[in-house]
Ligand binder design. Structure first.
Ligand code: GP9
Ligand code: MN
Length: 413
């Protein structure tokens, strides 16, 4: 019953931070569009590959007056890959260390961001051009209180519009925005892309830059599919403007997980021009996080260290929706009170001073190994937090929590 939640609840409340006064509510009442950038990694942003720009549109956004870009933002996914990132986004809980939580705990009680926005009168949906049962999404989305799932059945895939895993991102975005034009407003619509997915294959006409020249065909092609995804995002912005949806929407985009695993370290070392130590491997877990609020003038590059668990409180505060009695492990990235901390699902972590990886404590910045004991307090906290999150999920404990009041409930209530 609720008493199993006491420690967790105390921990969550003790680590809670106040929202940023400047940012709270600045997107209130607007449509919320969240785009999952499949396999997009931060090492491609504002960089070149053999003299070619990899992400020209996203690079522009990093300097845009209405866009906040977070370069020190980390994925926190495990075996559930894309679905784990969705879980972090909706719940601000960590996914599980074994198996995909979308499969293992698809019937739990949750208090998702979709449900909260639904309670504020938002129409909520996910759009993704794949079969609805992939990752058990159809079941899990019901538990998450998402009103509608527009899966592959809602798309028409014309000649030349599919590659690799299925529908290409450019026509996917175009048809998704057409769907949005029919939705009651305000809406919360989540778009999950697919083209920048292993094995990173493209039709010739969609290859906008050359391949890289390493011994890894996977990495070589990854630059091209990343370039394609960047082009698709540019067209998404154009589509939204054409449909008159742009001005009244906030567009949030995040990379879901790495595309290039450690199996390609030799090729990555060639690209980066340095050895891939455990420290560098941890830094490669950075994924882009963008918050674009048209007309806000709030754009800047925000160096805050955070991760996907922080998206829910950050977004809800921008939307002017309180979450201070919710059971969430993340915190608002705009808050001044926040500790810089990103805990990976496998126990690695990053703070402003240290990076803990490969059982070694490194100084953040120089990458030099330092005394192990400097990392110990953070390692303890990381473990506590991951364990508490697992306890909530494994015991389906949100059944015993009233998020309206922040009260623990008895089993017989
Ligand atoms: C599948 C897509 C890709 O629908 O989200 O899943 P992934 O393999 O990246 O988890
Ligand atoms: Mn994915």
């Amino acid at each position: 019953d609720g008493s199993e939640l006491t420690d967790v609840h105390n921990y969550v409340r003790a680590n809670q931070v106040e929202p940023s006064e400047e940012m709270f509510g600045i997107a209130e009442g607007k449509n919320l569009i969240v785009v999952t950038l499949e396999s997009m990694q931060s090492f491609t942003i504002n960089e070149q590959m053999n003299g070619q720009t990899i992400t020209p549109f996203l690079n522009e956004l990093t300097e845009d007056e209405d866009t906040v870009y977070f370069p020190n933002f980390y994925h926190q996914t495990g075996l559930g890959k894309t679905s784990d990132s969705e879980f972090l986004l909706e719940n601000s809980l960590y996914p599980l260390s074994g198996g995909a939580v979308f499969f293992t705990h698809g019937g739990n009680t949750y208090n998702s961001m979709a449900e909260k926005l639904g309670n504020q009168g938002y129409a909520t949906n996910v759009q993704h051009a794949n079969n609805k049962s992939f990752w058990n999404r159809d079941m899990m989305y019901e538990s998450l209180g998402i009103d509608e799932f527009l899966d592959i059945q809602s798309y028409s895939v014309g000649e030349g519009q599919a590659v690799n895993w299925g529908m290409k991102d450019i026509p996917f975005f175009e048809q998704s925005v057409a769907h949005m034009a029919e939705m009651p407003q305000p809406f919360y619509s989540r778009l999950i892309t697919l083209t920048n997915h292993f094995p990173f294959t493209l039709d010739e006409e969609d290859k906008l830059i050359d391949e890289f020249d390493s011994n890894s065909g996977t990495l070589n092609r990854f630059f091209q599919t990343s370039r394609y995804l960047d082009e698709a995002v540019k067209e998404l912005f154009d589509d939204l403007k054409e449909q008159g949806l742009y001005e009244n929407s906030i567009i949030v985009m995040y990379g879901d997980h790495y595309g290039i695993s450690e199996n390609h370290n030799e090729a990555m070392a060639q690209y980066l021009g340095k050895e891939i130590t455990p420290y560098e491997s941890a830094q490669l877990q950075r994924v882009p996080f963008f918050v674009h609020i048209p007309g806000s003038g709030k754009g800047h590059v925000n160096e805050e260290i955070g991760g996907q668990v922080d998206m829910r409180p950050t977004i809800l505060n921008l939307m002017g929706v309180e979450s201070d009695t919710d059971m969430q492990f993340g915190s608002d990235l705009f808050s001044n009170e926040r500790d810089e901390f990103a805990i990976f699902r496998d126990g690695r972590f990053v703070t402003d001073d240290y990076v803990y990886a490969g059982s070694t404590c490194y100084e953040n910045g120089s990458g030099q190994p330092v005394e192990q004991e400097l990392c110990v307090p953070f390692a303890d906290q990381a473990l506590t937090e991951l364990n508490y999150s697992e306890r909530v999920i494994n015991g389906d404990l949100l059944r015993f929590y009233d998020e309206e009041t922040g009260q623990l409930l008895d089993a017989d209530q």
